[in-house]
Write a protein that binds this ligand. Structure first.
Ligand code: TYM
Length: 333
């Protein structure tokens, strides 16, 4: 079976609906067809230097959310990045074929470093996409299911794989991004022109999967829309309504045109928001309950992660050996 790999950073106490719809739903669908690897990228999270106890806790919470969202550890490999040292090992090799300017052009790096200033920006943030490329290339992944915000990092990964293959001979599989357009960019409810984001200053636009349903209902009722008062599909002029319609369609499976038709007439924003709130709570409640169950006795979760790391190392070890050999590293024995 062809392989896929994806991952999320354990940077927060809960995933938001953008992570869930933009990535996780596709992971769950794809695990049926692919030999799937889902990684909790704790080394990436270290770039924002969380407190160590929080790092441990959030790594488990993130893994628990993978499972609660429908990743089946019998079908897919779920593991923690730092458990598989091959990721950092390959990242070094890839960093030696990455141009400084090429890395400096990454828009996420530019955004983050300009917000912090160069003194507060660590080198890990700069080399972050190279580690991400290693995550992907180590598994010969043919596809990478992510949201739109990861597209540029995927392009860098493809460039690096191609460059390595040209320079050292065929070593890596060149991965395709898998970014289904309907859910690729879920927007903030507070500012429908900005994506829903863990690092947003205004968290009132984020629907958190592990928050109390009450809190999410409140945010949905308060979602920014427009004064035109008619439910129509017009993403350019009515981005707030378009976002609600996208979320509705993704969760209900109902085509946008059908939803719009049901809400014809003036003053139906409240009713649309009511349905969206019901749909969100419907997925969120069992999700949250399952996460709580998994965390209550983390033994089972830790065992899944240990087994996942073993399986990941088997694959990653083989690919790393290929790359080490290609660049001419002398075998250790
Ligand atoms: P992260 O942790 O920021 O986000 C996890 C996933 O959620 C998607 N996503 C969204 N999708 C739709 N709408 C949104 N508003 C939204 N916000 C986030 C992201 O695109 C992502 O798929 N660099 C990655 C983590 C990573 C990775 C990898 C991913 C490290 N190594 C290897 C794939 C393969 C990141 O920061 O994701």
């Amino acid at each position: 079976r062809p392989r896929i790999l994806s991952g999320m950073q354990p940077t927060h106490d809960s995933l938001h609906l953008g992570n869930y719809l933009g990535a996780q739903v596709n992971w769950v669908a794809m695990q049926e067809e692919f030999d799937a690897f889902f990684c909790v990228v704790d080394q990436h999270a270290l770039t924002v230097s969380p407190d160590p106890a929080q790092m441990r806790q959030r790594t488990r919470v993130t893994a628990a959310q993978y499972l609660a969202g429908g990743i089946d550890p019998e079908k897919s490999t779920v593991f923690v990045q730092s458990h598989v040292p091959e990721h950092s090992q390959l990242a070094w090799v890839l960093s030696c074929i990455t141009g400084f300017g090429e890395a400096a052009r990454m828009t996420q790096f530019k955004d983050k470093s300009s917000k912090r200033g160069s003194e507060a920006t660590n080198v890990g943030l700069f080399t972050y996409p190279i580690l991400m490329a290693a995550d992907i290339l180590l598994y010969d992944a043919t596809a990478v299911p992510v949201g739109e915000d990861q597209r540029q990092h995927l392009e860098l990964t493809r460039d690096l794989a191609g460059r390595f293959n040209t320079r050292y001979g065929d070593t890596f599989v060149i991965p395709e991004p898998h970014i289904p357009s309907e859910t690729a960019k879920i927007m903030s409810l507070a500012d429908p022109l900005a994506k829903m984001s863990k690092s947003a200053d205004n968290q009132s636009g984020n629907l958190m999967m592990l928050d109390e349903p009450k809190a999410n209902i409140k945010k949905i009722k308060a979602a920014v829309t427009d004064t035109d008062n008619e439910v129509r599909w017009a993403p350019e002029t009515k981005p707030g309504i378009a976002n609600l319609l996208r979320i509705h369609a993704a969760l209900s499976g109902e085509p946008v045109a059908d939803i719009v038709a049901r809400f014809e007439g003036p003053n139906r924003y409240g009713a649309l928001k009511g349905e969206v709130a019901d749909l969100v709570v419907e997925v969120q409640a069992p999700f949250k309950a399952r996460v709580e169950e998994l965390l209550a006795d983390p033994g089972e979760l830790d065992a899944i992660l240990a087994k996942g790391a073993d399986r990941a190392r088997e694959v990653a070890g083989g690919v790393l050996a290929r790359a080490y050999d290609a660049v001419g590293f002398l075998p250790a024995r």
